[in-house]
Design a protein around this ligand. Structure first.
Ligand SMILES: [Zn+2]
Length: 331
């Protein structure tokens, strides 16, 4: 039996998954890092794989290849982590560092791309009645907004691996705030943890809302979880902010859909999951208001990410299997 391992290294955790050659998940492993991984990315990956193999009782020599998902820009040959603000790394030959230590081929991939691949292959979210190219879009709403898209079975990365920086679609030309990308008006200024906190500063709460936030122990500047908790308790100011986040999300999907015409849009990320009951209805409403070629072109199905925290690790393992099984077959 051949096995493949995927490791998803994030800012505060590494999640790993073991799959067989058929793509079934046989084991998972989770480690918290709290920043201790900085400058030790290869060591972190090795610790994660050792923990996974020990728990799964699988000998390392039966693993055929490794896929490493990272939150950053990755070279198109799947070897180098070109840039990652969250991991504090740049131009790191991660595959070159890991291959001699793991003794097997290593593929490095962007985490949003790995998540989307895992979804499409594992959960089968796309309907089977599509004709032509089938496009699946993923938007991950966390601290920022990440994304990826696939055309049939191919993840589109573009010439510089930047094709799926979907958080930087411009949705509001009146928004003067600088985004982390240097531009203004990006969806990331609205529909994520950072965006909602900034909006709370621009549209400060009225006295009643401020009093409720104070009861929760929250003082300005308000963090995303505090705003979500206020909305859950019925605060209209907080609910309005989340609806604006949903409206801007819908606007981004409308813009992207003119180019990509997806049949499915998957929403993931911690902010997305915590706020979906406000975000999704507002997004759909905005898409209906700003939809080209309606009714001939129908809205895509909008679904929440259903695989959970191991989606990127599973997808990275599947991508490594697809890449290296193909190479082994060719050899
Ligand atoms: Zn931006």
């Amino acid at each position: 039996m051949s096995y493949f391992v995927g490791v998803d290294v994030g800012a505060s955790k590494s999640a790993s998954a073991l799959i067989d050659e058929g793509g079934s998940v046989l084991g998972t492993h989770w480690r918290e890092h709290q920043g201790a991984w900085k400058g030790k990315l290869a060591d972190t990956v090795l610790a994660s794989t050792r923990g996974l193999m020990a728990e799964a009782h699988v000998p390392p020599e039966s693993v055929q290849a490794y896929g490493i998902a990272v939150c950053g820009l990755v070279s198109n040959d799947g070897a180098t982590l070109v840039q990652s603000r969250m991991l504090g790394e740049g131009y790191l030959d991660l595959a070159g560092q890991l291959r001699p230590r793991l003794g097997r081929p290593v593929l490095v991939v962007n985490d949003a791309n790995a998540t989307l691949y895992g979804h499409v292959k594992h959960a089968g979210v796309r309907p089977d009645d599509s004709v032509g190219s089938r496009v699946t879009l993923l938007l991950t709403l966390g601290t920022g907004v990440g994304g990826a898209f696939m055309v049939d079975d191919t993840i589109v990365v573009g010439d510089h691996g930047l094709a799926s920086e979907l958080g930087h679609v411009i949705v509001d030309f009146a928004d003067e705030r600088r985004c982390v990308c240097g531009n203004r008006g990006c969806v990331e200024n609205f529909s994520c943890g950072r965006g909602i906190s900034e909006m709370a500063e621009l549209r400060p709460p009225p006295p009643d809302s401020r009093a409720m936030l104070a009861e929760l122990g929250a003082t300005p500047p308000y963090a995303s979880p505090q705003i979500v908790t206020a909305a859950e308790r019925g605060d209209p100011w907080a609910a309005d902010l989340l609806r604006v986040a949903g409206t801007m999300l819908g606007r981004a999907i409308s813009v992207l859909s003119v180019v990509l015409d997806p049949d499915t849009v998957i929403i993931g990320g911690s902010f997305g999951h915590a706020t979906s009951s406000w975000l999704l209805p507002a997004a759909v409403e905005e898409m209906k208001n700003r939809w080209s070629f309606a009714p001939a072109r129908r809205l895509p199905q909008l679904v929440m990410d259903s695989i959970g925290p191991y989606a990127a690790a599973t997808g990275a393992a599947m991508l490594a299997a697809a890449r290296f099984q193909r190479e082994m077959t060719r050899d």
